[in-house]
Design a protein around this ligand. Structure first.
Ligand code: KG4
Ligand code: ZN
Length: 330
């Protein structure tokens, strides 16, 4: 059975995992850096890169020990090669190259977005290509028609902020702390989504894309008005995001003929309201709905190992001089 060592270091999670080609996750280790970034209210690239340097090799060793295997047992090393914070990506990619060289095994340079895009196939063995994917993370908000490994057709993207970025900024504006997505979701459960009128940018537009910058400014104005409860603003914001995601996804379904499922992935896919609303969209379109378990939605190395396994099966390998890419569209 193919065995892949996956490495992730593109943002503020350092992670290593051992994943088999039959979808068995032998081990996965992850170290978050929330405490280091919290005083700054966001991810500081320099601090992140240094933390990756300190954490990555101990996590690799722990993941190998958990799985009861040695570096020589792996068939390939898959490392995130972008997009992301360049310092962190370089740490992970250089580590991956060194481990591949030491093991005498091939390197697979994984696009982090491909990691998210294929992660639902790791948790759901029945998910077949092609599928319509809503990829919603801290850095991206895209609708992709996933035709196969390395075959992605982008139907829509954000013209300004990503959905997760809007969650993080809203959390910061409302003083809910960092990281923001889950904090907003928890506050939203206490609030009333009908209390604060907020815009739904591009709702109903023939244009396929997303936009969240105007919503973020409206949250700022609602807060500064001083008359609203923070929980009500959080609930109203989350509902506005959900409405936009639903509207844009419904529109994209028209261009996703032949899709076997509606799939959501990326950090924002961990949000219960987002999952629930998209499940309803899928049901109304008579499509299967697939969402990975919450831990597989946010950044992790199992999804990078799995993307590595899919690329390994397709014979897609990379040279050791491949460069890290801060920007890398799918
Ligand atoms: O995929 P991910 O871990 O990292 C990137 O590739 O960007 O996504 C992180 C994003 C953050 O913006 C975070 O606030 C958001 O996902 N997020 C959530 C939730 N959990 C994480 N957003 C809404 N609700 C959540 N429960
Ligand atoms: Zn991610």
């Amino acid at each position: 059975m193919t065995l892949i060592l996956g490495l992730e270091s593109s943002c503020d999670e350092t992670a290593a995992a051992l994943v088999q080609g039959d979808r068995t996750i032998l081990s996965h280790r992850l170290a978050g850096q929330e405490a280091a970034h919290r005083p700054y209210g966001g991810v500081v690239p320099e601090i992140a890169a240094r933390a990756h340097v300190e954490m990555l090799m101990p996590l690799v060793q722990a993941a190998l020990a958990d799985a009861g295997c040695a570096l020589g047992d792996v068939d390939a090393v898959a490392a995130t090669a972008g997009p992301g914070l360049i310092g962190g990506v370089m740490v992970g990619l250089v580590t991956g190259k060194a481990l591949a060289l030491a093991a005498g095994k091939p390197l697979i340079a994984v696009n982090h977005l491909e990691g998210h895009a294929l992660s639902p196939r790791l948790s759901d063995p029945d998910l077949e290509f092609p599928y319509l994917l809503l990829l919603v993370s801290g850095g991206h908000c895209q609708l992709l028609f996933v035709e196969g490994v390395d075959r992605y057709r982008r139907l829509a993207t954000t013209i300004d902020d990503a959905a997760g970025e809007a969650f993080d900024k809203t959390a910061k504006l409302l003083g809910l702390g960092f990281p923001g997505g889950l904090a907003v979701e928890i506050a939203a459960r206490r609030g009333d989504a009908a209390k604060v009128p907020l815009p739904r940018p591009l709702l109903g537009s023939p244009d396929p894309h997303f936009s969240f910058a105007g919503l973020k400014s409206a949250v700022l104005r609602a807060r500064d008005a001083g008359v609203h409860d923070a929980d009500d603003i959080a609930a109203s914001f989350q509902q506005a995001v959900v409405d936009c995601l639903v509207d844009r996804t419904r529109r994209a379904l028209v261009h996703a003929e032949g899709a076997t499922a509606l799939v959501v992935a990326g950090g924002v896919a961990a949000n219960g309201a987002v999952r629930g609303a998209l499940q309803a969209v899928a049901a109304a379109a008579d499509l299967r709905f697939v969402a990975p378990p919450l831990w597989l939605c946010t950044d992790n190395a199992a999804m990078i190992g799995w993307a590595g396994a899919e690329r390994f099966a397709a014979g897609l390998f990379d040279p050791l001089d491949i460069a890290a890419r801060p920007r890398w569209p799918l």
